[in-house]
Design a protein around this ligand. Structure first.
Ligand code: SF4
Ligand SMILES: [Zn+2]
Ligand SMILES: [Zn+2]
Length: 331
């Protein structure tokens, strides 16, 4: 986690007490504690918090993510991004409820659930927690992976998408916000561009509108905020969040792309923001071709599907089939 006296990118280092180089806050001229080279600005603690919240506010307004009176379901993992997002939305006056999925990934999941619950209690915010190992079929990530041999993140993605929609629909929410930040979006964009995945590029937006009654609008209010800014916000606000990464994330291609983009950012500050912003302004429209047919209803669970069964029910079927086969072989 970054310390105070914060600077992203190269240049003179700053002491923990900040302002070792006499930098002034761009906004109020008091001693600055953090320098944001991509914005060509430096901020004191108070002005940074304001800057961060304004970035989020601007993203919500410009991208028409949700209305002021709409209640937002916030997907919270216990990490700095999702807890920061929840905090900002609450501070901006939105009505919010957190949704935490307990994925069953050992200590990582236990810490995540604990930090999320502590945060919710401290802020007095409502939280829904869903333990995947306690569903009709135990669908904790390690168990699904053990039965299906799918890559963990692929199985986890299917489970998250399903339960996010299911909980939102059951509880009457029309919008779900996730804590994806600028670094996540830039890395995803780079991956999609490197492989020219035209259909993925067509869907890479900070707002994904609902195309089915059981498919809620998905929004990413932090898409303009870098991971660094998100870490600084959490630090300045004094959050206690899960610092360790999910053990399944090591070696993910996404991390390689993030590293490449960070190296680019060092020599050319603002590259990440420009890459994502200009794609949305000028590139994205070029990838929208014929309208994608809306999903139908899954024959088993009624959730959106592009075939007889949704990807979640196909996954469950796979788990159940292999479990039965193993049991038969063992008996
Ligand atoms: S790294 Fe993969 S398995 Fe871990 S939480 Fe993220 S998507 Fe799920
Ligand atoms: Zn200031
Ligand atoms: Zn289904």
């Amino acid at each position: 986690m970054a310390s105070a006296g914060l600077e992203n990118g190269p240049g003179p280092s700053h002491s923990r007490r900040g302002n070792a180089t006499g930098m002034k806050c761009t906004r109020c001229r008091l001693p600055a504690e953090v320098q944001l080279r991509q914005h060509n600005a430096a901020f004191c603690r108070e002005c940074f918090i304001l800057h961060f919240r304004r970035q989020v506010e601007r993203a919500i307004r410009k991208q028409r993510m949700f209305a002021a009176d709409e209640e937002v379901l916030v997907a919270v993992s216990g990490g700095k991004d999702s807890l920061g997002l929840w905090d900002v939305l609450h501070e901006l006056g939105y009505r919010t409820t957190g949704l935490h999925l307990s994925l069953g990934i050992g200590e990582y999941s236990e810490h995540s659930a604990r930090k999320t619950a502590e945060f919710a209690e401290k802020q007095g915010l409502p939280l829904i927690t869903l333990d995947l190992s306690r569903q009709e079929t135990d669908v904790s990530v390690p168990r699904v992976v053990a039965f299906t041999r799918r890559p963990p993140c692929s199985a986890c993605g299917i489970l998250k998408r399903h339960y996010f929609d299911q909980v939102a629909v059951e509880r009457g929410f029309s919008v779900l916000a996730t804590g994806h930040n600028l670094d996540d979006e830039a890395a995803r964009l780079l991956g999609n561009v490197l492989h020219w995945r035209a259909d993925y590029l067509a869907r890479q937006r900070p707002v994904l509108e609902s195309t089915h009654e059981k498919f809620v609008r998905k929004v990413k209010p932090l898409f303009r905020c870098s991971e660094y800014e998100s870490a600084v916000y959490a630090f300045f606000r004094g959050f206690d969040y899960v610092v360790e990464e999910c053990p399944n994330s090591t070696g993910a291609t996404q991390l390689l792309y993030k590293d490449l983009l960070n190296r680019l950012e060092v020599v050319s500050p603002g590259s990440k923001l420009a890459f994502v912003r200009e794609f949305l302004h000028h590139g994205h429209a070029g990838f929208i071709t014929a309208p994608v047919p809306p999903p139908t209803a899954c024959e088993s669970c009624g959730m959106p599907a592009y075939g007889e069964l949704c990807s979640f029910c196909r996954l469950i079927r796979e788990v159940e089939t292999r479990r039965k086969r193993r049991n038969q072989a063992g008996s």
